[in-house]
Design a protein around this ligand. Structure first.
Ligand code: GLN
Ligand code: ZN
Length: 762
């Protein structure tokens, strides 16, 4: 029985690639140095897979930046502005597309399906001339072969590639990208022939778009592509890999009927309906089924006994030699190696499996299916599963009860938002066009040092508090000098908006090396939610009260909302996400009420990641939005009418979820906007009624550029024209954490000046 892995993290167990990339980009090391590190990482991963017993080992899942960008390079689809003159694409062109260069900005980056990984969006148009310009897939195959390892080269499939692209600048937005299929297929075919010539017997095409809602012409593109790449004529087995959700019924029927492909991979973790689909519709006798039973998106140890049952039932449908044990998706989306976790206790560790451990699980399942079950391994796994189920650290009866009680009723503030806003205004007495910021102020090296030294007990609590207090005082003074109306404390005590809360809540664990690639060299280290969530004591009240005591102006309390905490963590797989969300909501609710009791009149509950959790398929949107929005409302349904609740979101494309945003019933929403004025305003132009206060960002904090007073004023006027009836706030797009004071001070000065200019005219 064969075993297979869809893909593997490329950063290395200690983020070796990150450091090699960054030092190359900084000019500290050469291209050759970078290549050495990359080559070593690839070799060690392949060898690790061999050692774990994996039979079908992926290659070309390594990338210097992103696999979609690698495909763009393969197809020579370099936007003309980067001046690529043909030949083989080198680091210069590649990294210019990825990160921009001295004169050109980078290509756009966006989220890879519903993960936190970001890919570089191809820009295509009818004029583009494709040419085979990166032999990376073939080179990596040969590199592994030289080590004596026969691999399965992995390439982003042609249809998903086009569906993930956007029309280039100057090309009509309505341009049908799939019309380019005929032009890219010959290059794909050439790559497959070269791989075959080099000895490859399998090629894997990742086609995650197959799990999306597809239109008929899109589905037809798959049929066309794979009959073109017809496996039989090429003599290579083609595997079409799907992941992140189940496959719509019509799509299932189409792809299982395709003659050109030898095997199809299914996600049996997130694709909750895939198993039923296979059972009900059946599976063609001429194909092999790759069963993704080991979760590539989470960090839990597999329930091997349960997986084996699933595999056995599949085997009874497809037959003995037609089943391959695999991962649900690339392991790119999980942490790398549990071995490097020195701070987790052994009990929690026994419940987890990172990428390296998942290789072993895949192999153990394949062997068990083939009649060579490692009884000791299975027994240890079963006892770890049992310990997790029974552990008092996981279950908190009181929390379970409180969360269950929430289900039976709706939670919202009794008074409508327009009346609340009036009552709040009586108390807050803000000018028209009130100014505020989103929370964080620049985080200096000094601040990071103080936090780190406190964490390792190098400085006392007293010293720590006095340093942070000093920083807050500085930030408060600065805001008063700038004449901002609603102040923030600047978040100097926080490393990260989720980790900060997770560290103070029960039910969360933290890794030291559990990094997951977010984009390029950037990685995140999500907390692990392993148990029922509760709040032993107030988390932010001390700092917020301290900050409020320094000023007569309103000081915003600053919290991260339950949906964002959930979406940016590794979550439990033993209860629905919605359940965990409700538990976090209850903890945040207590915090909100303690802030209010502490005299804080404005409380911001950030839901930066609410949109990210949106399921891939439309049919599931309503259910998610319903519980997510409910979770948010639970946090603040208990406050007085005079307490002003803000929320903040880091994206402007909320046109499709605007009704859910209204349903959150916050008093004020601040949102990213300065990169896309028109898009945001169009929602309101179309007549959507949003009665709350709104603060569309007027300063792009992602850029070092300082916007001028005129530019900001112009932007505000445009918004005023559309949002006549709303309270309009004037604020930056997001927190100022990543900027320097030398940028923030002049930018905020202009923001305030623009607000004042317009106030004088109104
Ligand atoms: N309050 C947070 C900050 O200002 C919000 C960050 C975010 O939205 N990503 O840093
Ligand atoms: Zn933000």
């Amino acid at each position: 029985m064969a075993s297979h892995v869809v893909g593997y993290p490329r950063m290395g167990p200690k983020r070796e690639l990150k450091f090699a990339l960054e030092s190359f980009w900084d000019g500290k090391t050469s291209a050759a140095d970078l290549e050495v590190v990359a080559k070593e990482l690839r070799a060690s991963i392949w060898k690790q897979m061999v050692a774990a017993g994996v039979k079908l080992i992926p290659s070309n899942t390594f990338s210097y930046y992103d696999q979609v960008l690698d495909t763009t390079a393969m197809l020579g689809a370099v936007p003309p502005r980067y001046g690529f003159a043909g030949g083989e694409i080198g680091f210069d062109t590649y990294f210019s597309m990825a990160r921009g260069n001295a004169t050109l900005p980078a290509m756009e980056m966006t989220k890879w399906f519903d993960t936190n990984y970001h890919y570089i969006v191809p820009e295509l148009g009818p004029e583009i001339k494709f040419a085979y310009s990166s032999h990376k897939a073939v080179a990596e195959y040969k590199e592994a072969k030289e080590l004596g390892i026969d691999t399965v080269p992995v390439i982003v499939g042609p249809v998903s590639y086009l569906l993930l692209s956007k029309p280039a600048k100057g090309v009509a937005k309505t341009f049908n990208l799939l019309t380019l299929l005929d032009s890219i297929l010959p290059i794909y075919k050439q790559v497959v022939s070269e791989l075959e010539a080099a000895g490859a017997t399998w090629v894997q095409f990742d086609e995650p778009s197959l799990v999306m809602d597809l239109e008929v012409h899109q589905l037809e593109a798959f049929s066309k592509a794979y009959s073109y790449l017809e496996a039989s004529s090429l003599g290579v087995n083609l595997l079409v890999e799907t992941y992140f959700a189940d496959i719509p019924v019509e799509t299932y029927k189409t792809i299982t009927g395709l003659k050109g492909i030898s095997a199809i991979g299914f996600d049996l973790i997130r694709g909750t309906k895939n198993l039923e689909l296979i059972k009900e519709i059946g599976f063609p006798a001429d194909k092999i089924l790759f069963a993704g039973v080991v979760d590539g998106r989470n960090i839990w140890a597999n329930d091997l006994a349960a997986s084996l049952t699933v595999l056995e039932s599949l085997e009874s449908i497809v037959g003995k030699d037609k089943l391959v044990v695999s991962t649900s998706c690339s392991l790119l989306h999980t942490a790398v190696d549990l071995e490097n976790e020195t701070k987790l206790d052994n009990e929690i560790k026994s419940w987890l499996a990172f990428a390296a451990q998942k290789l072993i699980e895949v192999d153990a399942l394949a062997k068990a299916l083939a009649g060579q079950k490692d009884e000791a391994f299975f027994a240890a796994n079963a006892s770890a599963q049992a310990s997790r189920r029974a552990s008092p650290r996981v279950t908190n009866e009181a929390v379970q009860k409180a969360a269950a009680a929430l289900k039976t009723s709706d939670h919202r503030r009794a008074t409508p938002v327009n009346i609340r806003l009036e009552q709040q205004q009586k108390k807050l007495n803000l000018p028209i066009l009130p100014t505020t910021t989103i929370g964080s102020f620049p985080q200096t090296v000094e601040l990071r040092r103080v936090r780190r030294e406190f964490k390792i007990n190098k400085i006392s609590e007293e010293e720590y508090v006095s340093c942070i207090k000093e920083e807050i005082a500085k930030v408060v003074k600065l805001q008063e000098d700038l004449d901002i109306d609603v102040l923030v404390h600047g978040e100097p005590e926080r490393n990260d908006m989720v980790e900060y809360f997770g560290e103070q809540l029960q039910g969360f664990a933290f890794t030291v090396n559990g990094w997951v690639q977010s984009y390029g060299s950037r990685c995140v280290k999500p907390p692990v939610i392993y148990g029922d969530v509760s709040r032993p004591k107030p988390m932010t009240v001390f700092w917020s009260k301290m900050a409020q005591s320094m000023t007569a102006r309103p000081m915003k309390g600053m919290l991260t909302g339950p949906v964002t905490i959930l979406n940016w963590s590794f979550v439990r797989n033993d209860q629905p996400r919605s359940e965990t969300c409700m538990q976090i909501a209850l903890a945040i609710k207590d915090e909100v009420e303690d802030l209010e009791a502490g005299g804080i009149q404005v409380i911001q509950i950030d839901e930066a990641a609410l949109r990210e959790g949106l399921p891939l398929r439309k049919a599931e949107h309503a259910y998610y939005l319903d519980w997510a929005v409910h979770g948010f409302r639970i946090t603040n349904c208990g406050v007085q009418d005079t307490t002003q609740i803000h929320t903040h979101m880091c994206y402007s494309n909320f046109n499709d979820i605007i009704h859910s945003i209204i349903d959150m019933d916050a008093d004020v929403i601040t949102i990213e906007n300065s990169r896309s004025d028109e898009k945001l305003l169009s929602v309101f132009r179309e007549g959507v009624k949003y009665g709350a206060g709104i603060g569309p960002g007027v300063y792009d904090i992602h850029s070092p550029r300082i916007p001028s007073v005129e530019e900001i004023a112009d932007r505000i006027s445009k918004m005023l024209a559309v949002l006549e009836t709303n309270i309009l706030l004037v604020n930056p797009d997001c927190g100022l954490k990543t900027r320097k004071y030398t940028e923030v001070i002049p930018a905020l000065t202009n923001v305030i000046a623009a607000a004042k200019l317009l106030r004088a005219q109104l």
